[in-house]
Structures are given as structure tokens and as C-alpha cells.
Design a protein around this ligand. Structure first.
Ligand SMILES: [Zn+2]
Ligand SMILES: [Zn+2]
Length: 155
């Protein structure tokens, strides 16, 4: 087992919504898609895919924003920070915005997605780059590789 030093705490900019994470991430990633650029007000979004049973909102009640479709983007109702994302049919994990975590020292994006839409100058330390999203089969391989990678990263 890697030493993830769980649990992790996190929260939105104003502190009205707080999160707790008790399971290691399955994968970390930066997404360069224009949707993420707009919602994050930045060059790319940073996420950590957390198994759903290891994710908990401990304070406040996030509201839906973003596209309000198959993909559920959850925001703080007060400061409007984009905090985490869930997707219909993929309820085994929650994509937590890594910048909500109180301690981000361990964090690095392992994959980057939608490089086809990235800002010309934007680059990340991701080990794997994808022009769009990886395929379902890719994800299986990537999560295995990420677990190995984390072992060497965290000791
Ligand atoms: Zn807030
Ligand atoms: Zn995106």
C-alpha cells in the first residue's frame, strides 16, 4: 500500500462546503477542454478521481451548475467554486477538483486530456497525453499504471 496519509480534508474558497476523502485516488488528470477552461476560469482543470465510497461532503450543500445534464458539476452555493463532478452511469467515482484539497503537495496530473483544445502555451507534467478523452480500455490500464506510479512517488 502507498502512503497516501488519508483522510484528506478540503473545501471551497469561502469554507461553506467541506469535503473529506478516505480512499486513494484512482487517477489524477488535467483537462484542457474549453468547457473546463470556462468553468475553472483557467487554462485547465485539475482532478483526482476518488472512489465514491471514499468521498463525503461533511459541511454545506453543494448545488448543481455547469451543463446540468448527464455530467453533474457541483458548486458551493455561496462562493460558486466548482468543487467536484459526478457523471450518470459512472457513479463509482467522483472527480474532485484537486485545488479544493487543503494539502495539494502530493498532487500531480498523471494524464492530460483534450490537448486538441489546449491553450497554445499550456503544458503540464502529465505522463500521458490524449487529444480527446482516453477510451474505457485506456482507463483500466491507466489506473493500474497510476497505482504503480504512486508507489514510487509516495514511498
Ligand atoms: Zn464557498
Ligand atoms: Zn474538460
Amino acid at each position: 500500500m502507498s502512503n497516501w496519509r488519508l483522510p484528506w480534508e478540503g473545501g471551497c474558497r469561502c469554507g461553506q462546503v467541506r469535503l473529506r476523502i478516505t480512499a486513494p485516488p484512482l487517477l489524477t488528470g488535467a483537462c484542457h477542454c474549453t468547457g473546463c477552461q470556462r468553468m475553472s476560469a483557467s487554462a485547465f482543470s485539475l482532478s483526482a478521481a476518488i472512489p465514491s465510497q471514499g468521498f463525503e461532503v461533511t459541511k454545506g450543500e453543494p448545488v448543481l451548475g455547469g451543463l446540468r445534464g448527464e455530467i453533474h458539476h457541483h458548486f458551493c452555493p455561496s462562493c460558486m467554486s466548482w468543487m467536484f463532478t459526478r457523471a450518470t452511469g459512472m457513479d463509482w467515482f467522483v472527480n474532485v477538483r484537486a485545488t479544493m484539497l487543503d494539502d495539494t503537495r502530493w498532487y500531480r496530473p498523471f494524464v492530460e486530456t483534450y490537448t486538441s483544445e489546449k491553450l497554445a502555451w499550456a503544458s503540464t507534467p502529465a505522463v500521458h497525453s490524449f487529444e480527446k478523452f482516453p477510451t474505457f480500455e485506456d482507463y483500466e490500464r491507466l489506473t493500474k499504471e497510476f497505482a504503480e506510479h504512486a508507489r514510487t512517488l509516495l514511498g
